[in-house]
Write a protein that binds this ligand. Structure first.
Ligand code: AMP
Length: 275
């Protein structure tokens, strides 16, 4: 992979990189399309990264469809797909990890304490191997995007980070490889995430800007679904992820909900018409 990138750079080609865990859907493909528009060649990676899964999470059952994924990448015009094995990325003796001091102690990081350590470590390794000019990430994983932007700045990595808005199913459900886990009877309840985010924006439009009220109403709406467990809902500053009390500037409303056995996340930037 390193040699491939070196050769492209020698040809003066710009490289855009899209890291994924595979089982590709339209969200991933939109990232790749964005990459294709921005650079001469696109590299995707498919790697189910063990270090970002907690002990009781779905590493072993995470959906995989490598041949299908490779065909999708080929059809789109992705020049190379990097598919390392876990032993390539974490050989025996591996012991160097990337951690951030504050951003992981919010939102998903609270219930998944080693998640961002795993993400930042693998993304750094992939950046070092692929050596791209730019890399594309989805806003669906908003905290991840914020953390990667911070890490790239903090560590002086020469890589431009591009964010892509969340791609949704026609009914509004944010696309995710984990949607495959949803049973038919759970699917309607999964729509509550996007609907409650839209309802929160409507409340803001109608003049409710107090986060406590917005969060309480959103929680009530989510709890109308059966077998819905709210991991978190929060309203925070999109850059620092610190809580905000009032929507007087664009604020991130983010949530994680466990529906049956499936953990779903979604988010939306709330904006006040007055701000
Ligand atoms: P994953 O394979 O879930 O690790 O995701 C790989 C990349 O695709 C990450 O940058 C995600 O944020 C992005 N992504 C996943 N789902 C979506 C979506 N529905 N819309 C936009 N980007 C997405």
């Amino acid at each position: 992979m390193k040699q491939w990138s070196r050769d492209r750079r020698e040809e003066q080609k710009t490289i855009a990189f899209v890291p994924t865990m595979g089982f590709l859907h339209k969200g991933h493909l939109t990232l790749m399309e964005t990459a294709l528009k921005q650079a001469d060649v696109v590299v995707a990676s498919i790697f189910v990264n063990p270090t970002q899964f907690g002990p009781n999470e779905d590493l072993d059952t995470y959906p995989r469809a490598l041949e299908r994924d490779l065909q999708l990448c080929r059809d789109l015009g992705v020049a190379a797909v990097f598919t390392p094995g876990a032993d390539d990325i974490y050989p025996e003796g591996f012991q160097t990890y990337i951690t951030l001091e504050r951003l992981p102690f919010h939102l998903c990081g609270l219930s998944r304490p080693s998640f961002f350590r795993g993400v930042c470590t693998v993304v750094t390794k992939l950046f070092n191997i692929v050596n791209p000019h730019m890399a594309v990430f989805g806003e669906k994983d908003f905290q991840q995007l914020t953390i990667i932007r911070r890490m790239v700045r903090d560590l002086c990595m020469d890589i431009e980070i591009l964010g892509v808005p969340t791609v949704r199913e026609p009914d509004g459900l944010a696309m995710s490889s984990r949607n495959k886990y949803l049973a038919d009877k759970e699917r309607p309840h999964a729509l509550l995430l996007n609907r409650s985010l839209a309802a929160a924006q409507m409340m803001v439009n109608d003049g409710t800007t107090d986060s406590t009220i917005l969060l309480a109403r959103t929680r009530e709406m989510l709890e109308t679904g059966s077998d819905v467990h709210i991991d978190y809902i929060n309203i925070c500053d999109p850059d620092t992820l610190d809580d905000v009390e009032r929507i007087d500037a664009p604020a991130l409303m983010a949530m994680a909900v466990i529906l049956g056995k499936t953990r779903l996340i979604d988010n939306r930037i709330l904006t006040s018409p007055k701000a």
